[in-house]
Design a protein around this ligand. Structure first.
Ligand SMILES: [Zn+2]
Ligand SMILES: [Zn+2]
Length: 128
């Protein structure tokens, strides 16, 4: 099993696809989600730093909730969605336009590899 480092507590855990936190943190985050949501409801201007400190979560967690529309932030809050690479403020998605270009560059490479593989598959088909 490949190992990954938990984004929240830094512990290594057995990586499963798409996991960024260790199972314990996943459970903890899921458990406090409701509390955070209620807190934000009661304190619409709460700052990101305060929410992180109060609930012992990183801004990555808040980012994920924002991104998935799980929490709503009022205009007078300083909680914003941030680029996963450089931390710049963004309105939607995962990356700022600058980092998105870099990410696209990598995925274009991935597509290219995919095409090569398909070409090879066709070649094998023909041989049969
Ligand atoms: Zn953890
Ligand atoms: Zn960025």
């Amino acid at each position: 099993m490949p190992k990954a480092k938990c984004r929240e507590c830094g512990k290594t855990f057995e990586y499963t696809w798409g996991a960024v936190n260790c199972p314990e943190c996943e459970v903890r985050i899921r458990r406090i989600f409701k509390d955070v949501k209620n807190y934000l409801w009661d304190n619409p201007g709460a700052s990101e730093a305060i929410v992180c400190e109060k609930f012992g979560i990183s801004r990555h967690v808040i980012n994920d909730w924002l991104r998935n529309d799980k929490i709503q932030i009022s205009e007078n809050s300083d909680i914003v969605l941030r680029c996963e690479k450089c931390g710049a403020e963004i309105l939607s998605g995962h990356y700022c336009s600058k980092c998105q270009k870099e990410v696209d560059g990598t995925s274009v490479h991935g597509t290219f590899m995919g095409k090569e593989e398909k070409a090879e598959m066709r070649y094998l088909d023909r041989k049969k």
